[in-house]
Ligand binder design. Structure first.
Ligand code: PLP
Length: 360
């Protein structure tokens, strides 16, 4: 039976990447050591981290005045690092588009000397759309405006990045980094946990404009962007194996035609599934059309019993991790960059058969 992994994260990785890692697992480039065993100060590892950064810069066309940091602590630690480094004694603006935004807001509120203002929210409609943000809503004295570009749980995406005047936009891009056509220059900071489109969990990528470094005194060394940047992400032992895997994923992405190439494939996969949902009399999308994510696609039957039946039968047929997030219910197909088109076609065929059998 073919297994398709629809997990929202950690997520499917490209097969050729896993095979490459396997082929050099025990003996990396004739060193007689696994990548996991290399010193992070060795020339072999230095080449890996430098290649990873160079490839990411190429893929995302990151301007020279941005630093790329390879950190730990997940996107969740960025919820705290961002306000600590940028907003002490100042106001920070947030858009509340779901559970991850709420966690980012809560982390900023936990700091005594940061004033948090939520300028827009779609909470009243169960986060099924992205609220409109205009420049007039943005206090130009604020330290930053925080958005979650893709809401992994609700399946919504910012189709366009808001205009914020001189206020830097800070983006949690965990679930659509390298799967969008945003411009890095439109952001002050981009951060993402690696475990969806980049590589294994344990690595967090932060892309930060240089003028945002060193703005606030940060007493905790590990949480200080300036110190991490000054040490080229090697202040302490970085997640070496995860960085190596990210490098392999970046190489694979280049082989796919870079971001434009993978985005075309992602849009095609999502288009197929949305068309099947639209055509169906049984399945529907809970998300407003102009806010729909191409990465995380929730769908429901409208009956919790039928959803449960579908999930049980889908699991038995090899469709892993399709069950919707516990806060939403229903189903959710996460179609990250490495997810194969064939998996979408097979899922659609399975949905059609289910609909026939269950009187849709
Ligand atoms: N932000 C978004 C949009 C996410 O999807 C996730 C995890 O799924 C997180 C933040 C939390 O990331 P981490 O587990 O790396 O802290």
């Amino acid at each position: 039976m073919t297994i398709y992994n629809f997990s929202a994260g950690p997520a499917v990785l490209p097969k050729p990447v896993l095979e490459k890692a396997q082929s050099e697992f025990l003996d990396y480039q004739g060193s007689g050591m696994s990548v996991m065993e290399l010193s992070h100060r060795s020339s072999l590892f230095e080449a890996i981290i430098q290649d990873a950064e160079r490839l990411l810069r190429e893929l995302m066309q990151i301007p020279d005045n941005y630093k790329v940091l390879f950190l730990q602590g997940g996107a969740s630690l960025q919820f705290s690092m961002v306000p600590l480094n940028l907003a002490q004694g100042k106001k920070a603006l947030y858009v509340n588009t779901g559970m991850w935004s709420k966690k980012a807001i809560a982390a900023a509120k936990a700091l005594d000397n940061v004033e948090v203002e939520v300028i827009a929210s779609s909470a009243e409609d169960n986060f099924t759309y992205i609220p409109e943000i205009t420049e007039a809503m943005i206090d130009q004295d604020a330290a930053y405006l925080h958005i979650t570009t893709n809401n992994t749980i609700m399946g919504t995406t910012f189709a366009a990045i808001p205009k914020a005047g001189k206020v830097p936009i800070v983006a949690d891009m965990s679930s659509n980094i390298l799967a969008n056509d945003y411009h890095v220059a439109d952001f002050g900071i981009i951060y993402a946990g690696a475990q969806k489109n980049i590589g294994p969990a344990g690595l967090t990528v932060v892309i930060i404009r240089e003028d945002l470094l060193g703005l606030c005194p940060v007493a905790e060394p590990m949480l200080d962007y300036q110190l991490q940047a000054d040490n080229n992400s090697l202040y302490n032992t970085p997640p070496t194996f995860a960085i190596y895997m990210a490098k392999l994923v970046f190489e694979w992405l280049q082989d796919q035609g870079g971001v434009p190439g993978i985005l075309k494939a992602d849009r095609e996969k999502a288009g197929l599934l949305y068309a099947a949902i639209e055509k169906s009399a049984l399945f529907s999308s809970p998300v407003a059309i102009d806010s729909r994510s191409i990465t995380n696609i929730p769908f429901i039957t409208g009956s919790p019993e039928l959803d449960k039946k579908f999930n049980t039968e889908a699991l038995a047929a090899g469709f892993q991790n399709l069950k919707g997030h516990r806060s939403v219910g229903g189903m959710r197909a996460s179609l990250y960059n490495a997810f194969p088109k064939q998996g979408v076609l097979d899922l659609i065929a399975f949905m059609e058969a289910f609909e026939k059998e269950n009187g849709g």
